[in-house]
Write a protein of this length. Structure first.
Length: 154
């Protein structure tokens, strides 16, 4: 992708080019291994009550199709995010206002996340924050978004 956009040069005869190709191959091999490995399910190490699943939750193991679909969706997510980073670099050459671009990205990401969340959980009563792990998750997410924006803008 970067090679076709002439943003990255891969020289197959140099050690750096070989390292790039091997790195990509290892990443893909690892992702496919995780997708198709059918070992025992991983259990969380921490047995704190905040991480317990509700009693009414299904304890049935997930199917192989779910793992493959999840891996495919994660791969698709990473590829689209990588494409956005590449296109963003090209966009910044023509439109150098980083603040406006970052603001537009945050607003559009918020709208997209709201639509996905509204489709996934239609009962807005379940959206209320309680004083448990969900509040900690929201606080952590907000801190990471602020940190990422700060790093990007600096």
């Amino acid at each position: 992708m970067l090679r076709h956009g002439r943003m990255e040069v891969v020289k197959f005869r140099s050690s750096s080019g070989i390292a790039k190709v091997i790195g990509v191959a290892l990443c893909l091999a690892g992702a496919l291994t995780i997708a198709f490995y059918t070992g025992p399910p991983l259990r969380p190490i921490n047995h704190h009550r905040a991480f317990r699943t509700p009693h009414h939750a299904s304890k049935a193991p997930t199917s192989r199709g779910t793992w493959v679909l999840g891996t495919f969706l994660m791969l698709l997510s990473n590829v689209t995010w990588s494409l956005w980073m590449v296109w963003q670099a090209a966009l910044l050459k023509e439109f150098p206002n980083k603040m406006l671009l970052t603001t537009a990205q945050c607003v559009l990401s918020t709208a997209q996340s709201f639509v996905v969340a509204a489709v996934a959980e239609r009962d807005f009563a379940k959206w209320k924050l309680r004083f448990d792990i969900s509040l900690l998750a929201v606080a952590y997410t907000v801190m990471m978004i602020c940190y990422s924006l700060e790093c990007y803008l600096i």
